[in-house]
Write a protein that binds this ligand. Structure first.
Ligand SMILES: Cc1ncc(COP(=O)(O)O)c(C=O)c1O
Length: 447
């Protein structure tokens, strides 16, 4: 790719383009997540009450000129979908497009592009931001597959990485070099629940970007899967790009996989080009339940889940077989002040989310008690299910060291704070007493 082409493709606008208005004036976000934009070329509001699920791989074109124009736009990397020309599902299609408009609206971003999974979305965000020879700075603790993507695959493409502790802002300042093109992290971090101060990262990156030419600027990319836009909107705190696994809290019912990238205006064409060429588009049949069931119920589910999570976290904190509990809503959480600053719901209330991490007390180096507790719950628990994934109606329990984060080598897991006796909980919408009873009975076996 020539320099001029590259400069065009990853330039950060100094003057932001006027944002397309998605949320009608005066409408609360909860209502927007149910009704979407008032008018859309993607949906005939006069007839359907529920947005339709489209299922058409290809689209009738009125004439060759219109078909040619659509192809030219998607191939140029400059496409902007204010007036979409539908040609072929992988390029763009209306059910997914409606979901994208709502996700962009709730995250406060210019546009959204949806993918088949969260990993496809993360690959696309990084794929658009980075080129061979670039360097990526990321927090040292990451979801296992993201860690594997960055450490196994990107070095083969000559994209290097520095995995540092992004809670240490001075370390970020030291780590940035002329080759740095992206800073990537989750907050809260999966599974340890550490928080990264998004505003503080943005200040450092802004200072670095002020000295850089267009095309050499650094993107801040935040995986907002744990918090969801209900609990935290990273773009309002200075991040440039947000990624999601829609499979989790946003989908919310555990029936469909999906991923999303919310990006600035100037990257829309690149995101569409990436999806066109690498594939991995979200199927409209999977976009539909996320649009019709997931997003509209997100505030209700999260409110209920975080109330229960607080009750569960308090129970665990007082338990004699529990070594430590990490839940941003606990008053003695090590980053409680930061949690209160950046985890805020759509009305500005404190919103610490539905995820908990805790460690059992062990007599020796082996996680004997941890395995006993989790295995007892797997066989006998009622409200808790041993399963990976998160953000569903059902509460889920898992051991990240052995499961979701097994891709990290053991020494890296320890460095990342993922202890062999660590347990991750995703709190569902059951009555909290039933979740606590399962934990109480399981923990009773610990010695
Ligand atoms: C924080 C986070 N990001 C990304 C992903 C990947 O999402 P998906 O499984 O939809 O590819 C996961 C999956 O667990 C996750 O927990």
């Amino acid at each position: 790719m020539s320099n001029s082409r590259r400069a065009k493709s990853i330039r950060l606008e100094t003057k932001p383009k006027p944002r397309q208005r998605r949320v009608p004036d005066g409408v609360a976000m909860e209502s927007f997540l149910i009704h979407g934009p008032q008018f859309s070329e993607k949906w005939d509001f006069k007839h359907h009450v529920i947005p339709p699920m489209s299922s058409s791989v290809t689209y009738r074109l009125e004439d060759t000129e219109r078909g040619g124009q659509g192809f030219k736009e998607y191939a140029s990397g400059d496409a902007h979908r204010t007036h979409p020309i539908y040609i072929y599902d992988r390029l763009d299609e209306p059910t997914r497009g409606m979901l994208e408009d709502e996700l962009a609206g709730v995250e406060g971003g210019d546009n959204c592009t949806c993918f088949a999974t969260g990993m496809a979305a993360i690959s696309a965000a990084l794929g658009v931001a980075l080129r061979a020879g670039d360097e990526l700075i990321a927090h040292k603790t990451l979801y296992g597959c993201t860690y594997s993507l960055i450490t196994n695959w990107y070095p083969k493409l000559n994209i290097s990485n520095k995995l540092i502790d992004l809670r240490d802002i001075a370390a970020l300042e030291r780590a940035i070099t002329s080759k740095t093109r992206a800073v990537y992290f989750e907050s809260p971090v999966n599974p340890t629940m550490e928080l990264i101060d998004i505003e503080a990262v943005a200040q450092v990156v802004e200072r670095a970007n002020a000295k850089r030419k267009e095309g050499e600027k650094i993107y801040i990319i935040v995986d907002n899967t744990f918090a969801t836009p209900f609990c935290q909107r990273p773009l309002s705190l200075g991040a440039h790009i947000v990624v999601h696994s829609l499979t989790k809290n946003i989908g919310g019912f555990g029936t469909d996989m999906g991923g999303a990238v919310i990006a600035p205006h100037e990257l829309e064409g690149q995101m569409l080009l990436y999806r066109k060429d690498f594939g991995g588009a979200l199927a409209p049949k999977s976009a539909w339940p996320i649009l019709v069931y997931g997003l509209p119920t997100l505030p209700l589910r999260l409110k209920r889940q975080q109330e229960s999570a607080y009750a569960v976290a308090r129970f665990l904190r007082g338990h004699p077989r529990v070594k430590r509990v990490a839940y941003p809503g606990l008053e003695d959480f090590s980053q409680f002040a930061l949690a209160k600053k950046q985890m805020r719901d759509l009305h500005g209330e404190f919103a610490p989310g539905n995820m908990i991490y805790f460690e059992t007390i062990e007599k020796g180096a082996d996680p004997v008690n941890c395995i006993k507790v989790v295995d007892w719950i797997a066989k006998n628990g009622y409200a808790l299910t041993l399963a990976v994934s998160l953000g569903q109606l059902r509460s889920l329990i898992e051991n990240p060291g052995a499961m979701t984060h097994a891709a990290l080598p053991p020494e890296k897991r320890l460095e990342s704070g993922i202890a062999p006796n660590g347990i991750r909980l995703s709190i569902g919408i059951e009555h909290p007493d039933d979740i606590i009873r399962d934990l109480e009975r399981g923990l009773a076996l610990a010695e």
